[in-house]
Design a protein around this ligand. Structure first.
Ligand code: ADP
Ligand code: MG
Length: 626
């Protein structure tokens, strides 16, 4: 039998490569602008005709190419940016694979005009479907000018596959936004069918964001600035109240390159988790600087996926930085965008170590609604501690309120100032410290066994009893996990669990946190596990059901970051233990609930992001009766 293997001709190989690098006109824009940046350009002009179907032209004032380099640039794997494999670990340029121009030339009609700085003559090259048509000396401007015409002219299927003009233009604008945000010091103009879309001068990051997304975004931005040995972070995050119902402006950049990173996105989203209305998305523009040796850019030809060597540390630092920024903002609601300087964040973690949560001072053993728990506490001698604590809390809360003083209830004011509630007209949207001064300490009313009502200075405060209790328990559970304060209730008859391989793995991943909460789970023979102890405050629940439920939930929601596991466990447990609607509460239980709620870090929202507290304002009340 004759030999049958042959090398593909370059033109075919280039078409195949183009399938990955050049998916649509926007990919051409991205590759050409990135080349301009690598060539040291300070200004780039992009001309588009018919959403890129007819023409994509990119003109830069970078260093230009010699005649030989100009010809070489269209060869596959031809690059000036790396020379050996080791260079892959120190990449500072946008390109390095040497395949963009070869791919573009494989699927389009390309004209290149380029002149080195200081040279008298430049070079003109015309290349069509990988075949050189013409090369000659040319009187062109210094820098480089690529015209890419009739993209996919030789692959009708790809050309047909392009979306509507408006969609393709949207892709182009998105690419330009990304590269413009990553390089604010680069002047960029974008024209479509001769009308201007962007004409951006060199500017700073903040101004670039405003130039691209409008003046309104300015007031919503909170600066972020963190410096650690693993990663440096700068940029801006949006205030929670400006969060959008649809995916907003969410941008990560690493060493000047736009990056998609769903995992880090979760870190940011979670930093907002407890203070955003549900189903809304915060805006962010976060710039990371890392040692190029600690990331791998070479996962995908488009280089928007990047692998971090120490992903877990970075995750924690990102989340802590966002929280820190919001915390600072929270203290200074009128922060001036222009003056916003660096925030010193107390992090310099050892790789792989965890960032400790801020301390929350709460009595971790307290659950006002669980009689079994009270009995247990009573018999174990802990009860006196608990009761004293509560008495202290009581006294602390009400000192000064007796005469309608100007004291206020701890946390709520400044934080609440920038939350937007999803609520009916009659309910005031935000409240200040002033608003929530309690006017009469004894006036609590439980309404429909669902809401707690109490008069405050600015109106009538309405508290959702179940959500309030979820919030209290959530912070308690978190505190228990973080500070190992668990009290475990030994099971007289340990519940037996048989777990399959997947569930065993899940148990292994969340085991440490379960133990910190007070779960004692012993591995018996084969796949059998024994639940020998559960958290004392959950002693009224069925141990095996509870563990199964927790494992089941993690099965449908894979998490492997310690911090996320902790929060998620705290959330699940708070949801399964909180008092339900319809439960009638005794006056002292209501006071306890109130007391505990206002000792929370974030009383306004339940751990799943629902509104806990609203105030019906005095003027609204008056309107009812007019
Ligand atoms: P890569 O960017 O990965 O090196 P490309 O195919 O995009 O590969 O470009 C090949 C080479 O052509 C680059 O390494 C660079 O030397 C040269 N080049 C491309 N575009 C420009 C430009 N606008 N100005 C100067 N040189 C360029
Ligand atoms: Mg390139």
């Amino acid at each position: 039998m004759p030999d049958i293997i042959q090398l593909l001709p370059d033109s075919v190989a280039n078409q195949i490569a183009a399938g990955e690098v050049i998916q649509r006109p926007a990919s051409v824009v991205k590759e050409l602008v990135e080349n301009a940046i690598d060539a040291g350009a300070t200004a780039v002009t992009i001309n588009i005709k018919d959403s890129g179907r007819t023409l994509i032209q990119v003109i830069d004032n970078g260093k230009g190419m010699s005649p030989t380099d100009a010809r070489m640039s269209f060869e596959r794997h031809a690059t000036s940016k790396i020379r050996e494999a080791n260079d892959l670990f120190a990449i500072r340029t946008m390109g390095f694979r040497g395949e963009a121009l070869a791919s573009i030339a494989g699927v389009a009609d390309v004209e290149l005009r380029t002149r080195l700085h200081g040279e008298e003559l430049g070079t003109y090259i015309h290349i069509l479907g990988s075949a050189i048509q013409k090369q000659e000396a040319d009187h062109c401007a210094e820098g480089t000018n690529f015209s890419v015409k009739n993209i996919f002219f030789n692959i009708p299927a790809r050309r047909k596959f392009l979306k509507s003009n408006s969609s393709e233009l949207k892709y182009i604008i998105t690419e330009v936004q990304r590269v413009a945000l990553a390089n604010p010091e680069l002047a960029i103009s974008l024209y479509h069918n001769n009308s201007v879309i962007y004409n951006l001068p060199a500017e700073n990051v903040r101004k670039r964001i405003v130039s691209l997304f409008g003046k309104n975004i300015n007031q919503s931005m909170i600066p972020v600035e963190t410096s650690t040995s693993v990663i440096n972070i700068s940029g801006f995050i949006g205030q929670p109240k400006y969060a959008k119902k649809s995916l907003g402006e969410q941008f990560f950049f690493v060493n000047g390159r736009f990056m998609k990173h769903p995992f880090f996105n979760r870190a940011v989203q979670q930093a907002y988790d407890r203070i955003l209305p549900p189903e809304t998305f915060p805006s962010y523009f976060l710039y990371f600087e890392v040692d190029p040796a600690t990331i791998d850019i070479n996962i995908h030809p488009t280089k928007t996926e990047i692998k971090f060597e120490d992903e877990s540390s970075a995750w924690h630092i990102i989340q802590a930085s966002v929280r820190e920024a919001m915390g600072k903002f929270n203290l200074m609601p009128s922060i001036d965008f222009d003056q916003a300087g660096s925030i010193d964040i107390p992090i310099s973690p050892v790789r792989g170590s965890l960032i400790p949560e801020p301390e929350i001072k709460i009595n971790p053993n307290f659950n006002p609604f669980e009689t079994a728990y009270r009995d247990f506490q009573g018999s174990s001698g802990v009860s006196s501690y608990r009761e004293e604590q509560n008495r202290d809390n009581w006294q602390a809360l009400y000192t000064g309120f007796e005469h309608d003083s100007d004291q206020n209830v701890q946390v709520i004011g400044t934080q609440a100032d920038f939350y937007d509630d999803v609520n009916p007209d009659a309910v005031q949207q935000t409240f200040t410290e002033e608003d929530v001064v309690i006017t009469d300490i004894h006036n609590f009313l439980q309404f429909k066994n669902k809401y707690i009502l109490t008069p405050v200075k600015s109106g009538l405060m309405v508290i959702d009893q179940r959500r309030a209790h979820e919030r209290i328990l959530f912070e308690n559970f978190l505190q228990i996990i973080h500070n190992h304060l668990a009290i475990s209730q030994r099971q007289l008859f340990p519940a037996e669990l048989e777990l399959n391989a997947v569930d065993k793995e899940i148990l292994c991943v969340i085991g440490e946190e379960l133990h910190a909460l007070g779960f004692e789970i012993r591995h018996g023979e084969n796949d059998v596990f024994f639940v020998e102890g559960i958290p004392a405050m959950l002693s009224h629940l069925n141990a095996s059901d509870l563990v199964q439920k927790l494992i089941g939930d993690f099965r449908s929601r894979p998490v492997d970051v310690k911090e996320e596991i902790k929060e998620h466990l705290a959330l699940l447990l708070s949801q399964s233990t909180a008092i339900n609607y319809g439960v009638s509460l005794k006056p002292e239980e209501i006071s306890d609930l109130f007391n505990q709620l206002f000792a929370c870090r974030t009383p306004n929202y339940s751990p799943s992001g629902k509104t806990v507290i609203s105030i019906i304002s005095f003027p609204d009340f008056e309107k009812f009766l007019k």
